[in-house]
Every structure is written in C-alpha cells, then in structure tokens.
Write a protein that binds this ligand. Structure first.
Ligand code: GAP
Length: 661
C-alpha cells in the first residue's frame, strides 16, 4: 500500500473530490468565487451523515441537551453585545497597487532588490511646454536659452525651470512673459510625495519596478508620472511585500470579518444587518426561551447546526478556511463554581487528561471542560478518525479571550499541516472547546436589559445552611468575578461595584448567571479530515508488468455516503435484475443504496471503492437457487480487504444496520 506525499496528496484529494462529485468550486462556470464551495451528490450525502451523527450524539442520545434552529440574520445588537462588531477582525495588510489584502501573519518571506521612489510628478505639462517651444523658430531666444541649459542638465523640467528663472530675472528680456507663464504652470504641476517600493526578484529587469511605480502613481492621479528619488536596496527574507504583486504592503489594519447587508429596501446605517459569523450567539439570545419551554435545568445544553459566514482575508487549503461554512455548536450551561461549592461543600475537579466518566453534580467548570474535550474526541474516533491523527492545542493565557478560562483545540493532521521546529506535526484546528465563563449571557443581559440569570432552589436552601465564614468567602469570590467581568467590559467602577454587589447578594438567594462550556466544530473541516483520513491508494501490477493504481476511500460505514452497492451479476438476465432490485428496495428505506448493473463486477467494485462504499452485494445464479443450499443468499464484499462472504437476504438488513449504528 503506497501512501502519496503530503502536498501531492492534497492535489489528489481535490481532484478526486471533483471527479467523484464530493466537492466542486462554487460558480465554476464563471471562473469560481474564492472561498466558496459546493457539495456534489456524494459530498451532500457525506455532509448530511456528519451533521446527523453529531446531532444524534449531542441531542437525541442525551437527556440534557436540546436543539435549536435559529435564523442566520439576527438583530445587529446581538453582534454588538457579543463583541463581533468591535473586535471580530483579522489584522491585514494591503497592496497599494492591486488593493489585494493578505493576513498580516501569513505573508511569505521574499528576497530581492527593493526599488524605492520618493514620489512622482506629472510629465504632461513639461512635455507640452517643451514641445510647444521646439515648434518655434530656431532663432527664438527662449528656445536658444532652454536648448543651452538642456545640454548641461539633460532634464526637460530642470531645463525649463532654470531657463525660466534666468529670463524672468532679466527685466529687458522679451522672454519674460514666457518665463512667468512657465514658472506658474510648473508650480501648479500635479505631484505625489507618497513613496512606493517594489521588490525586484532575482533575474527581473529594473524597468519592471519602474513600470509598477508608474502604474501606482497613475492610479494616484498623476497621468504621465515622472518618477522621483529612485533608490535601491538589497532585501533578505522580508515579509513586507505582497507575494503576488511584490509591492511593499501597507501597515497592518484590523479588518472586520462579518459580511454586512441591509434588511429592508433602504440601505441606511439603521438597517445594517450581518450574516452570522457563528451559530453560538443565537443560542445565548434564545437561552431563556429554551430554558422555559424545554423543562431543562442547569446543567444542560443547547445544540445548533447551521451556516456561518466570515469574510476571510485569505481563504485557503480547500474547504479548510472558507467564507461560507457550517458549524456544529453546543453551549453547555453549568452552575458557577461558587454555587457548586455552596451546595456540595466543594468543587470536584478531574485529571486534566482522560475521560472523567459519568458527569457528577459536584463538577466545576474544569471537570465539565475536560469531559467535553474527551466526549468530542470519542465522537471523532467513532466516525473513523484514529486517535493518532488527532492532536491538541491548549491555548496559553496570552491566546485566551479575556473572559475565557480555558480553550482546548482538537487538531487533525491534515495533508497541509506543517511540522514544528522539531519536525513534529501537531495538526490544524478541527474544533475548539472553550470554557467561556458567564461572559456571553452576562453581555446579553446587560445589552438587552433582559435578565439571563436562573433561580436555583437547591442553592438557596444550601446557602442558608452554610456557616457565615463560608458564605462570606463564596460571596466575595462571586463578587470579585462579577466585578472583573463588569470592569473589563467598560462599566465604570462605581456602577460595577454596585452591580457586582447585587449579583453576589443574588447568589445568596439562589440566583446566578450560568457559565458555559462551548464545543464548537466545523462541518466542512471535519469532512475534509474524513476524506483525507479515508484516502488510500492500492497499486497492483499484472503479469505483463502493467501497473494500475486504484483509489479507495476507507470511510467508516457510519459516515460513508453510500452504505451498500447492489449489483445483479449480469444485466441481461431479467431474473437476476429483478432479484437485485428487490434487494435494493428492501434496503433503501433504511440506508443510501446504490444500484449498479453497468460493466464488469470488478469495475463496479472499483467505482464503489472510490466512492467509499463499505459493502457491495452481488446477486448471482446461486441467489436464484442454482446451488439449492445457496438459494436467497448473496455475495457480500468488504471494501477494505476485498473479503467476500455469503449472507442470507433475510439477514442482510440487520447485518448492515449493525455496522451503521
Ligand atoms: N463560537 C465559537 C467559534 O465560532 P471558532 O474557533 O471561530 O469558534 C469554530 O470556530 C469552528 O468553526 C472551528 O474550529 C472550525 O472548525 C470552524 N471554522 C471557523 N472558521 C472557519 C472557516 N473560515 N472555514 C471553515 N471552518 C471554519
């Protein structure tokens, strides 16, 4: 089994995805649109399976999580409260010539000679004046003076300026009116003092730097630019130049990633709306409604799957970083640690690795966070991503958002994932599991004026039984956390003190704002991970030495787009065809079946291998009773090892369903 090289593998995956109808470029007939992808017939099935498996494992298989399906466009105040309007930005740099932007942290280093220009002036006036003068009689005194100066300075503008200055100073000169006019026109000549710099790569002519500079100044309103102050400098490994245009980039500026539009017919500021950049905020905004209508009690979760949109500066790595994508997010609401300590006398923590087991009511945020990290890893393993293809990144305090207590990213070793300095490939982010404190609900409570807290009778009773010392300790801890939240979000000290006091007094009466653990996964990244992990090639050589390479997508049966291929051995035998169609109809209410009667059985197997179909069933003459003991049995072929076995049609459905559960 030969495994292709990394970047080659990515090329092969992209090509297979197109060829077999997993993923196409969006709007391809018009040349495509960067950062947008469409899922073809097999991709659509795979995607549906991924989302349904997530949904089942998160909601239907649990008593403590319920679902939500909210709109993509929501009140813009939601994005103000969440911080997205003010801070959801990437630092980017722009090429002043092409206006193309790149993320400031993703500019590749380049070397060459940097040609710098201090500015430019418009050559039209100089050329016009000069041409007019050249059309004069050769004895014209002005023409004679200009000609003499030009012979010395070899610069038309300088020659005109010097001659005009000479003639203007000479009161008796007949050229005086001309000189005054020239000096006036030259003084009004458009100029730019903006500098421009171009990195000339080895082997390129300096004229290409000058041409780029002329184009730049022409765009800046100098139609026939004469370049000024040219200078050249050797540059090594600089990330200051645009990777395509080679022009020096602007300083970095934040660039908000939300797509903006307007709701209603008037394009005014009041009507601005945003396409949601994450599904999570709808969950917070609907928290109270769900709590009141679902009969859930903290701890419990709300799950949502849906589209999200980010105007990524540099979409890349196929679907990994897209501008339109889908997320699967859970907001799992828990009691603050102070409430747990009041009720249970302390907070139980768990080891920072390994699954902590069945949830306990005395878990604090750290145990819940660990629990969700491990639940998510188990989910990935259960759909075919081996543990050794996954990695973790535990965000450092410097990386964490100011309100977050922890965030663990689950990584997958994508074909494009880069090794670190020691050659170790950790992978790229598949999902982030964040402990977000009570920030989100607190923000929505503050910005909407609607209470987001819950009342907990158990806490109220327990609080009344606590010794005064313990009450004071927990009161202070809660007060300090609330005060920290309020002051870091800009509430003035006095107001923050009074609000935090009210919040801590509320805790003593059984009220608190729930904290949240957020496992947030990307559907498109997961699909890419599943395809990359399933991709495998087999090369066989026949007796004549001719080799043949076949692609097999070794999807776990749970995610495979087609679960079973059903084939009659021969398409021109009606009894085989009818029987095969009966088998197809028996299975298709339960799973995605592909019926195929075209070509040899070997070719049909190969087609299904490439689509990732785990099982194929062939109806042959034995099925019809040629060997009586095999009547109503089929050949079942396993994709991964080519193994074949005989199975009764009556057992087939249950056998297949057992592999898909
Ligand atoms: N609510 C938290 C949140 O949105 P995030 O880390 O920005 O957190 C969560 O996104 C997940 O969404 C990521 O782990 C990734 O799988 C997916 N995702 C984010 N941006 C994406 C993009 N531009 N293209 C594809 N998937 C993306």
């Amino acid at each position: 089994m030969a495994e292709p090289k990394e970047n080659l593998l990515m090329e092969k995956i992209v090509s297979l995805c197109k060829r077999r109808g997993f993923i196409y470029q969006s709007s391809e007939i018009y040349g495509g649109i960067n950062g947008f992808w469409d899922y073809g017939p097999l991709g659509a099935e795979l995607k549906r399976n991924v989302k349904e498996l997530w949904w089942h494992s998160m909601t239907r298989h649990r008593d403590d999580v319920v679902g939500l399906e909210a709109t993509i466009i929501m009140a813009p105040q939601i994005w103000k409260a969440s911080g997205h309007v003010d801070t959801f930005a990437d630092l980017m740099r722009e090429c002043p010539l092409t206006k193309k932007r790149v993320r400031a942290d993703q500019v590749e280093a380049q070397s060459g000679i940097a040609y710098q220009f201090s500015g430019a002036k418009d050559g039209r006036i100089v050329n016009e004046l000069f041409n007019r003068l050249m059309a004069e009689d050769d004895q014209n005194p002005v023409k004679l003076v200009v000609g003499e100066v030009l012979a010395r300075v070899n610069d038309r503008e300088q020659a005109l300026t010097t001659a005009a200055a000479l003639l203007e100073g000479n009161k008796d000169s007949t050229g005086r009116p001309w000189a005054q006019e020239v000096l006036k026109q030259l003084a009004a000549m458009p100029r730019s003092q903006e500098s421009f710099s171009f990195l000339l790569l080895p082997g390129k002519p300096p004229e290409s730097a000058r041409n780029a500079a002329r184009e730049f100044y022409a765009q800046a309103g100098i139609p026939e630019p004469i370049l000024l102050g040219e200078d050249a400098e050797i540059i090594e490994n600089s990330s200051d130049f645009h990777p395509e245009s080679h022009v020096r980039l602007s300083a970095s500026r934040p660039f908000n990633l939300m797509f903006k539009s307007h709701a209603g017919p008037i394009e005014s500021e009041e009507n601005v709306v945003y396409l949601r950049p994450e599904t999570a905020q709808a969950i917070f905004a609907q928290f109270k409604n769900v709590l009141e209508t679902s009969r859930q009690k903290v701890p419990f979760g709300i799950a949502q799957v849906g589209k999200a949109f980010r105007n990524e500066v540099t979409p890349r790595n196929f679907t990994f970083r897209s501008r339109e994508f889908e997320q699967m997010e859970l907001e799992y609401f828990i009691k603050p640690d102070e409430a747990i300590a009041a009720i249970f006398g302390g907070v139980t923590t768990v080891p920072e690795s390994g699954h902590p087991g069945v949830p306990r009511p005395d878990w604090g945020w750290q145990a819940w966070h660990q629990y969700w990290v491990e639940e998510r890893v188990a989910f990935y393993e259960g759909i075919g991503l081996a543990r050794d293809t996954l990695g973790f990144h535990i965000q450092t305090p410097a990386e964490l958002a100011h309100y977050a207590r922890a965030c663990t990213d689950i990584l997958f070793k994508f074909p494009f994932s880069k090794p670190d300095g020691q050659g170790h490939v950790a992978g790229d982010e598949l999902e982030g599991i964040a402990a977000r404190s009570d920030f989100d609900l607190s923000q929505h409570a503050r910005c909407s004026g609607k209470p987001m807290g819950v009342f907990d009778d158990e806490l109220r009773t327990a609080w009344g039984q606590l010794p005064k010392e313990k009450q004071d300790e927990l009161w202070r801890r809660y007060y300090e956390n609330r005060k920290k939240y309020l002051t870091t979000t800009g509430v003035a000290d006095e107001a923050a003190t009074s609000q935090a006091t009210a919040d801590a007094n509320g805790l003593a009466k059984g009220q608190y704002i729930p904290h949240v653990i957020e496992p947030s996964a990307g559907v498109d990244r997961l699909m890419l991970a599943l395809i990359a992990s399933a991709y495998s090639e087999t090369t066989s050589t026949d007796e004549k030495g001719k080799s043949d390479t076949r692609v097999v997508l070794k999807f776990h049966p749970r995610v495979a787009p087609i679960k079973v291929g059903v084939f009659p051995l021969l398409k021109n035998k009606p009894e085989l065809v009818t029987k095969a169609q009966t088998v197809r109809d028996l299975l298709r209410s339960w799973m995605n079946v592909y019926y195929d009667e075209a070509g040899s059985i070997g070719k049909r197997y190969a087609r299904q291998d490439e689509a990732g179909t785990p099982f194929c069933v062939t109806i042959d003459f034995d099925t019809l009773g040629e060997k009586p003991e095999l009547l109503d049995t089929v050949t079942l072929r396993h994709r991964d090892d080519g193994r074949q076995e005989r199975l009764a049609i009556g057992e087939l459905l249950e056998w297949l369903r057992s592999k898909l559960r």
